[in-house]
Design a protein around this ligand. Structure first.
Ligand SMILES: [Zn+2]
Length: 161
């Protein structure tokens, strides 16, 4: 899935779970669960490091969305919620981070993680259904919208704080 989906779902999880250790573990689990949903990716096994700009655009989009939310919901200044949101984002990105470290930084010991990660995907790497398109990425849109709902509702109407 695109990083924006993982970032928003991790942020939503962080905003809704109080225990930071639970946020960390659940964010990694959530990443793998979401990757089982059919989706396209803008990078594939043939992608080179030169296509890294797509990752930057992807991250920039999610940062802009989060800045927009922070501006709308002033109550986000609660430090525990903010900390948990950052923990959720970090650990939601970690699995794809290990793929990057394996593929581009030569960290071959991460091969089992990479294999497991790839195995979870509904369609094989290189399949037409794994191409990045509106049709192939409807789950990204759906999960991102649901995550935004959970994130905004928690920040606007905090339950635990
Ligand atoms: Zn992934």
């Amino acid at each position: 899935m695109i990083l924006t989906t993982h970032i928003l779902s991790g942020a939503a999880l962080g905003a809704n779970v109080e225990n930071p250790w639970a946020v960390a573990v659940l964010s990694v689990v959530l990443h793998f669960v979401l990757d089982t949903l059919p989706h396209g990716d803008y990078l594939n096994r043939k992608s080179s490091i030169l296509e890294f700009w797509k990752v930057l655009v992807d991250i920039a989009i999610s940062i802009l969305i989060l800045i927009g939310i922070v501006n709308c919901c002033r109550q986000m200044s609660d430090p525990i919620t903010t900390r948990n949101i950052f923990i959720g984002i970090f650990f939601s990105l970690l699995p794809d981070g290990t793929t990057f470290m394996y593929c581009h930084l030569g960290m071959k010991f991460l091969k089992p993680v990479k294999k497991f990660h790839e195995y979870l995907h509904f369609y094989k790497n290189g399949a037409p259904q794994r191409q990045f398109s509106l049709r192939n990425n409807l789950f990204d849109i759906l999960v991102s919208l649901i995550s935004l709902m959970f994130l905004v509702s928690q920040i606007s109407f905090p339950v635990f704080h």
